[in-house]
Design a protein around this ligand. Structure first.
Ligand SMILES: Nc1ncnc2c1ncn2[C@@H]1O[C@H](COP(=O)(O)OP(=O)(O)OP(=O)(O)O)[C@@H](O)[C@H]1O
Length: 296
């Protein structure tokens, strides 16, 4: 089996605090993998280490079978990080041309303008682009060398719905060409729609790993919600068997539970004041919340 990315027991410690904790991960070539996790989970640190921009405190990382610092490996990698910084006094097309010149087999300028949706902006100054357009430029620069692996750290932040849809189509066509795509996102819908594999990270550790349907199946039916009467308290709900977390929105309460069958019976048995009871079908958003809550 040839892996695009191999992390073995990788940790990163900042001032005594573990940002990434013994992370082991193997990514097969041609996979679209989404790293999900709450703020501060360790996603960006992980990507920075894979890219060789940060040194792991311990553990080993291989990219395309070699070292992330090897120039031959680096030439086959593209990355779009969270802060896209544009070069002053260069137009969009000039910026893309500059990045193309770093690679031996770059994609053509028209192709890069097309996949990033920047055809009409090509003669604008890069610094004058909107936030969403600058992210699209960041994507064009990451794709410039026609990379085998492309890393996208929260790529669609600030993009409007149309740009996001177009971007998703581009990612899918890259995957069809056998490219490996690693993306981090807070948009679970994005991970569900794009990824072959979702890895959920919390507190620097992998807490779930599987296809979107496996992740959903793992937690299906784990949320019960209802409108609670004024006498119902968080303490009472937390004391029920299997309740992982209690979330309020006004008088509407969401119970995350490992066993909703048992929980619903207890709620009825103890005559809780409840209206409009729903057992949620276990969408990815709920699965993600349940996984994160149960691993905090
Ligand atoms: N340079 C640094 N020095 C000290 N601590 C850091 C540094 N960079 C990151 N951290 C800490 O490491 C942890 C992981 O951060 P990281 O940016 O990797 O998370 P993330 O999952 O990418 O979060 P987000 O979704 O908010 O981008 C956090 O607790 C963060 O505060």
């Amino acid at each position: 089996m040839s892996f695009a990315i191999e992390l073995d027991q990788v940790s990163k410690i900042y001032q005594g605090k573990k940002a990434v904790d013994q992370l082991t991960l193997k990514v097969e070539k041609g996979t679209v993998i989404a790293l999900l996790g709450p703020n501060g989970a360790g996603k960006t640190t992980t990507i920075s280490m894979i890219l060789g921009l940060k040194q792991p405190t311990s553990g080993t990382i291989k990219l395309l079978g070699g070292s992330p610092k090897d120039i031959k490996v680096r030439n086959r990698i593209g990355a779009m990080l969270q802060d896209v910084s544009v070069i002053d006094n260069l137009k969009v097309a000039e910026t893309i041309e500059l990045f193309r010149s770093y690679y031996s087999n770059p994609l053509s300028l028209p192709e890069l303008l097309r996949i990033s949706g920047l055809e009409t902006e090509k003669d604008k100054m890069a610094a004058s682009l909107s936030g969403g357009q600058q992210r699209r430029l960041g994507f064009a620069l990451a794709a410039a060398g026609d990379p085998d692996i492309i890393f996208l750290d929260e790529p669609t932040v600030g993009m409007d719905v149309t740009s996001r849809q177009m971007f998703w189509d581009t990612i899918r066509s890259m995957a069809e060409k056998g490219r490996t795509v690693v993306l981090t996102t807070h948009y679970l819908e994005e991970a569900d729609s794009l990824a072959d594999r979702i890895v959920v990270i919390n507190q620097g550790k992998v807490v779930a790993d599987g296809s979107p349907s496996q992740i959903k199946a793992e937690t299906t039916g784990r949320v019960i919600s209802f409108t609670a009467g004024v006498t119902v308290t968080t303490e009472q709900l937390q004391a029920l068997p299997g309740v992982i977390d209690v979330e309020w929105s006004g008088r509407r309460v969401k119970l995350h539970s490992r066993d909703t069958d048992q929980l619903i019976m207890k709620l009825i048995e103890q005559r809780f004041d409840m209206k409009d009871i729903e057992i949620q079908s276990g969408g990815l958003e709920d699965a993600f919340q349940a996984i994160v809550h149960s691993t905090n």
